[in-house]
Design a protein around this ligand. Sequence first.
Ligand code: AP5
Ligand code: MG
Length: 213
Amino acid sequence: MNILLFGPPGAGKGTQSALLVEKNGFAHISTGDILRAAIKNKTPLGLEAKVIIDKGELVSDEIVIGLVDEAISGLNNKPFILDGFPRTVVQAEGLDQLLSKMDKKIDKSIFLDVDTDFLVKRLSGRRVCRGCGASFHVEANPTNAEGVCDKCGGETYQRADDEPTSISKRLDVYEKSTSPLKDYYQAKGSLVKVSGIGSMDEVYDRINGVLKA
Ligand code: AP5
Ligand code: MG
């Protein structure tokens, strides 16, 4: 089974993907993570993407469709979660084309529903590990020692796009470009809405229930 996890910035896509990888054995494809790795490695793509991401805007459809094509092709048929892709209707159409070329499909398109007030709180308190990419929250899921990743001992930092001006831009971009995907997947019959409010484990149990249904 292949699934899509989509929803606004800060809804918990990365957090739930990590649980689904650990407990259900999915491969995780996050275009945000792929782009941040390119930035870290200072590749030509990373240098181009950094300016766009820090402002809270979207990288071009063509680039991210190419990244996802490459990522899925490298999976050897392992079931996967797509996190943060597609983010526009053009990307969703591109995904349909590349999946049909590979004779694969998305079984469930899970929309993680969280109100804006929660999103701002979650994003502004998020801390991410520079080493392994693990995500924490200063209140909801703090590290044992401040600034030190519990998983690998790396340094945690605040993403540049979790600054207030970028957060507000990302929320606008989400409403305009990504929110229409709910109608897109509703029309295809694969949309499942899941509340992303509650503890991380409660949200995981809801998603796992959807996968078993
Ligand atoms: P991306 O990295 O995908 O960012 P995003 O979609 O804005 O989502 P986030 O990663 O911010 O949130 P999340 O839903 O993963 O939440 P998380 O689990 O971390 O993309 C970044 C940028 O890259 C984009 O803005 C764009 O520029 C570019 N990009 C990426 N993909 C692209 C594409 N397809 N097309 C074009 N451009 C693209 O949780 C957030 C916080 O909340 C954490 O601190 C966490 O600990 C906490 N938390 C999570 N769950 C709970 C809970 N249940 N209760 C309390 N706290 C919780
Ligand atoms: Mg994420």
